[in-house]
Design a binder for this molecule. Structure first.
Ligand code: GLU
Length: 506
């Protein structure tokens, strides 16, 4: 492969949708696979849609996901600036070149005139037919055009789409795609405010930044016809990048494309990081804040439209890069199945070391007002890691490791505890446990077994008392392991408290 240069080119119009993460990821993987360059370019030419904070959000999200550019906005490089609003003069020159070489023209039509044309004919398009009767440098005399330009009359520059041609794209995902030029409009290239449109800036930058592959969402496929015409107009067709248009990401339920509203509607994250918008409808919870491991999100997103063609599902970033190929990207839409994302997360948590997990879980526990020692926290995450799906579950399912339970499994206790006798039966157990010199799991277990046999009880009569007494619930890690971690004094205190509570419900 030649020296691969790919780019992720988001527009900073708000939080980056999860589909953007997938686009960034596939670009990143291709570059990583072939030792190429992955560039971040900020496409902010539409000033009306600019949202403050969005660029920082994009950069933070890429860092969090581990999809880190090697070049680009805030990453440096030789082809900058990488923010399109800082490249205005460049586009201006190229728009002028289009006029000079006959592939573009000045258009002076006012918004009112264009509105009137649309009113008269609702299929109106500024195209190879209508341009012949509109107000532009193709219909006006050279002198008149010059006079208008000199007088500072507002104008745009449009692409002069050739008549009667077939525009062919060999898309790496979709195969052969053809467009008839007669169906394409003469898109604006340079706007009245001197800013380029997306089309001009995108093509000029891809060319100047020596982009070899354009990997982007399917919604850009129709624009590609204009992009190909632009490459031709500039005489760059031989160096045109290859295109790969990614399939849609579909709603988890029903038909159509996943939208940010689906996140709110279904209570699931569809953004990498939380975003606080101007109002609640524009505010979203991210994968990070929902408690996902970024590696699980990446692994999950990698499979939204691509698969390795094998049974393997768990892939590190390095393994993804190795297995990835554009040819294995599917054509059909990929359903956004959050249960699958949760499954990936579970796998990553189970495979994580106690040290890693403690790092992530510490702030969650500290936010609840507890400062466990590192050793305690590591044992805790070790015991809980097979019993959680998302990071906050460590607290939700295991708060009793740090504080007394607030509610307990009364149904079980009513079956196993008698207010008029159980305390007398179980008090000796507490005393025997107290007498242990080494309170480890094996010693505690031996003690509990000895007590059970001597008292003529069954394990099923004793363990629920201990388990619910210590934690409030019948679910959780092995009871003797928990006891060893909680320690003798704490177990004793908890059991005494529990006996009082049990008496009240039995
Ligand atoms: N700025 C476009 C976007 O927001 C880029 C599309 C492309 O990659 O060409 O997605």
């Amino acid at each position: 492969m030649e020296n691969i240069r790919v780019r992720f080119a988001p527009s900073p119009t708000g939080a980056l949708h999860i589909g953007g993460i997938r686009t960034a990821l596939y670009n990143y993987l291709l570059a990583k696979k072939y030792g190429g360059t992955f560039i971040l370019r900020i496409e902010d030419t539409d000033q009306t849609r600019f949202v403050p904070g969005a660029e920082d959000y994009i950069i933070e999200a890429l860092h969090w996901a581990g999809i880190v550019p090697t070049e680009g906005q805030s990453f440096g490089g030789e082809y900058g600036p990488y923010r399109q609003s800082d490249r205005k003069a460049i586009y201006h020159d190229y728009a002028k070149k289009l006029v000079e070489n006959g592939h573009g023209y000045y258009a002076f039509d006012t918004p009112e005139e264009l509105d009137a044309a649309r009113q008269a004919d609702d299929t109106f398009k500024y195209d190879y037919k209508s341009r012949a009767r509109l107000n532009n440098s193709l219909t006006l005399s050279a002198a008149e055009v010059q006079q208008r330009l000199d007088s500072g009359a507002p104008y745009v520059i449009r692409l002069k789409v050739p008549e009667g041609e077939t525009v062919h794209i060999q898309d790496l995902v979709r195969g052969d795609v053809n467009f008839q030029s007669n169906e394409l409009d003469d898109k604006v290239m340079l706007k009245g405010d001197g800013m380029p449109t997306y089309h001009l800036a995108n093509v000029v930058d891809d060319r100047l930044m020596k982009i070899t592959h354009v990997i982007r969402g399917e919604e850009w496929l129709p624009s590609t016809a204009h992009h190909v015409l632009l490459y031709r107009a500039f005489g760059w067709e031989a160096e045109m990048p290859r295109f790969a248009h990614l399939p849609l990401i579909l709603k988890p339920d029903g038909k159509g494309k996943l939208s940010k509203r689906d996140g709110t509607r279904l209570g699931i994250p569809v953004f990498p990081l939380s975003w606080i918008g101007e109002n609640p409808e524009d505010s979203f919870v991210g994968f990070r804040e929902a408690g996902f491991d970024p590696r699980a999100m990446v692994n999950f997103m990698a499979f939204m439209g691509w698969n390795p063609g094998t049974e393997q599902e768990i892939f590190s970033m390095d393994e993804l890069a190795e297995a990835f190929s554009v040819e294995k990207i599917g054509k059909s839409g990929a359903r956004f199945d959050i249960e699958k994302a949760r499954w990936f997360n579970q796998q990553y948590i189970m495979a994580s070391s106690e040290e890693e997990l403690a790092k992530t879980v510490r702030p969650i526990v500290e936010a609840q007002g507890h400062q466990p020692t590192e050793a305690y926290l590591r044992s805790f995450v070790g015991m809980m890691k097979e019993r959680v799906v998302l990071f906050p579950d460590f607290w939700t399912n295991g708060a009793y490791f740090f504080e007394d339970f607030a509610v307990f499994d009364e149904a079980t206790i009513r079956k196993k505890w008698k207010a008029d006798g159980s305390r007398a039966v179980f008090t000796p157990l507490l005393e025997q446990l107290d007498a242990l010199s080494d309170y480890n799991a094996a010693a505690v277990q031996a003690c509990v077994e000895g007590f059970t046999n001597a008292a003529g009880l069954k394990f099923g009569d004793v363990l629920p008392i201990l388990r619910v007494g210590l934690t409030g619930t019948m679910k959780g890690p092995a009871v003797f392991d928990m006891m060893a971690l909680l320690g003798k004094a704490e177990c004793r205190r908890r059991m005494e408290r529990a006996f009082d509570l049990f008496d009240q419900v039995s």
